[in-house]
Ligand binder design. Structure first.
Ligand code: ZN
Ligand code: ZN
Length: 357
């Protein structure tokens, strides 16, 4: 089978690999129909993820068809269309029992990291009973690649960790796929009294405005000026909810400057370096700071929200590529401002030829 392999030299190569086989009775082999690229894949290419070694098949997001099942997997049948969760959950370990599969002792984020992933024609999914979800027929299969990671991450690490209440003032720092998904979810599900977005490039900020953001601010106009403008629309009180979806010392500074008394910072950026925590300013402000790696425990709820139209992730798929064209998919996703990319759907060749998608 064809697979996208991390070479260890900040690039990918498409190689022929043997089709994976069932190793444990709780495994499933899934024929991948659609996959996508994540910011985390780019972190791997930059050498930031030490657990991912050269030779690894990349990818932790995708939609596929059950090809074969281990003897202990009884909740799926061959031929079913499933969403592959980016988090593998055994369901039984100390952390899984505490609803934290992100920390699962034999799972967590292993796909496309510690074991071979979804950017291939087939993938082996360990702990399949809790790590796959049947995709309802009414949900577009390509759009559903966003349900592996982007949408549940936005919900768990942004919305739930931000503790948004009806009437909250909400500021989102970051205009990537996750920042924009959080904006949509906050507005559609929680009736905030005001939403603001802090970003860089104006095209993405215009997208945020078109999605209903009340105010947008660009750090390209100067960080201090973006912060003071963002505070001025709160009568200098700061925001009830600050969602930091970038993961740099600068974005963490902005988050701390924008949180109001009694407010919450939900930080979900992937940080590669240490940041300053300004307790000299925050110690008496009753704030809460939360971090989280997605646990993907909300995926069944997310599937229902998409099925019933409470949220609509269609806007996330900005580009479509066939798997043969995966180098261009990486190029488009790696330079989003040049290509206007959010998420790129990558479709396996058989599906393109059948014209069934
Ligand atoms: Zn991802
Ligand atoms: Zn576990």
């Amino acid at each position: 089978m064809k697979a996208v392999v991390y070479t260890g030299e900040s690039k990918i190569s498409v190689e022929d690999r043997p089709k994976p086989v069932i190793l444990d009775p709780t495994d499933a082999i899934v024929r991948v129909l659609h996959t996508t690229i994540c910011g985390t894949d780019l972190h791997i290419l930059q050498g930031h993820v030490s657990t991912c070694t050269p030779g690894r098949i990349l990818g932790h997001e995708g939609v596929g068809m059950i090809d074969s099942l281990g003897a202990d997997v009884t909740n799926f049948t061959v031929g079913q269309i499933v969403v592959i969760s980016c988090i593998t959950s055994c369901g039984a370990c100390y952390y899984c029992q505490r609803k934290m599969p992100s920390q699962c002792e034999t799972g967590g984020w292993i796909l496309g990291n510690k074991i071979d992933g979804t950017q291939a024609e087939y993938v082996r999914i360990p702990h399949a009973p809790l790590s796959l979800h049947v995709l309802p027929e009414s949900i577009d299969q390509k759009v559903a690649v966003t349900l592996s990671d982007t949408v549940p991450t936005s919900y768990e690490c942004g919305i739930l960790n931000g503790d948004i209440q009806p009437g909250s003032t909400v500021v989102i720092i970051g205009t990537g796929p996750i920042g924009l998904t959080i904006l949509q979810m906050a507005r559609k599900l929680f009736s905030p009294s005001m939403t603001a977005v802090v970003g860089r490039g104006h095209p993405r900020l215009e997208t945020a405005t078109s999605m209903g953001a009340d105010h947008t601010f660009s750090v390209l106009d100067g960080q201090d000026s973006a912060v003071s403008s963002a505070l001025s629309v709160t009568q200098e009180r700061g925001y009830d909810v600050v969602i930091e979806a970038v993961g740099t010392p600068q974005s963490f500074e902005i988050a701390q400057a924008l949180v109001g008394a009694g407010g919450t910072i939900a930080s979900l950026g992937v940080f590669g370096e240490s940041c300053e925590l300004h307790l000299e300013k925050l110690w008496n402000r009753n704030i809460c700071l939360r971090t989280r790696l997605i646990d993907a425990v909300s995926t069944p709820d997310i599937l229902n929200m998409v099925k019933t139209g409470s949220i609509d992730p269609h806007f996330l798929i900005s580009h479509n590529f066939s798997f043969d064209d995966i180098h261009n998919a990486y190029e488009a996703f790696g330079e989003p401002s040049k290509h206007g990319a959010l998420k790129v759907a990558v479709t396996m060749p058989e599906i393109v030829m059948n014209g069934s998608s």
